[in-house]
Ligand binder design. Sequence first.
Ligand SMILES: Nc1ncnc2c1ncn2[C@@H]1O[C@H](COP(=O)(O)OP(=O)(O)OP(=O)(O)O)[C@@H](O)[C@H]1O
Ligand SMILES: [Mg+2]
Length: 265
Amino acid sequence: MINLSHISKSFGDTEVINDISFRVQAGERISLLGPGGCGKSTLLKLVLGLEEVDEGTIELFETEMTSANVKTRQDVLRRVGVAFQQGGLFDFMTVDENIRFAMDNMTEMSQAEMDEKIIYLLTKVKLPKTRTMFPYELSGGMKRRIGIARALATDPDVAIFDEPTSGLDPVTSTIILNMIGDMGDEKPNSSLIVSTSSVEVAIRFSSRVVLMREGKVTADDDWRKLIVEGDEWVRNFLGTRLIGIDINYAKELGLPKAFIDQHWS
Ligand SMILES: Nc1ncnc2c1ncn2[C@@H]1O[C@H](COP(=O)(O)OP(=O)(O)OP(=O)(O)O)[C@@H](O)[C@H]1O
Ligand SMILES: [Mg+2]
């Protein structure tokens, strides 16, 4: 579905993305994890063609995007749904209009089909009464949920969520993560990418974690393996945020026995 090969990107003298390669298969879920400022959002913008790579290639559904013409790129990107870090809703449009706008531009759905889908999605994100509301009438968490509904409105083959839960309380975060997971379950062949700086969010979302550090991928594997066998930086990054959590919660998260034995004695 996605094949990134040796991509790099600088802004001025600063190299923000430094030789990144990885693939995401159909139906796969990955967490793109890394500290603030490591380049996650930039990487996603490159994948979406919102920034141009300096070097490397990006294949989406077997189309090489960096050399493709505008029409081809647009056609390919119709199959990708995205919820931006900042919500990215149009302030001058209602919730309904925001979601409809995406479907209008990216699908061939009729207005009746769109109506049905909007009602379905708003129910799914537990905000059925917001249809005629404007973004300024919604809380941060509600806007984030509408952003997710919009990302999924076009039935994308790849859905990208940039920091879907940052700044939200734990309960809302859990609702959002479950919602993304549920929607993935409904379309098992779609690939889902969640970008986050939270270890907890990453390991709750997927087994595979692509861990970024200063513009590079420093590890890419099942987090249960990385937390025990990764290099020191990787073990620290993953581990220090989890040591000290409630033992029952640690078990619920599926932390490996070796890690639990070491830190909860
Ligand atoms: N358009 C731009 N021009 C100049 N520098 C940029 C631009 N976009 C991003 N950067 C820089 O690239 C670096 C990576 O930013 P990016 O937003 O990709 O990080 P991030 O991992 O998404 O961080 P966060 O977890 O805070 O969202 C930062 O140092 C940022 O200042
Ligand atoms: Mg970011």
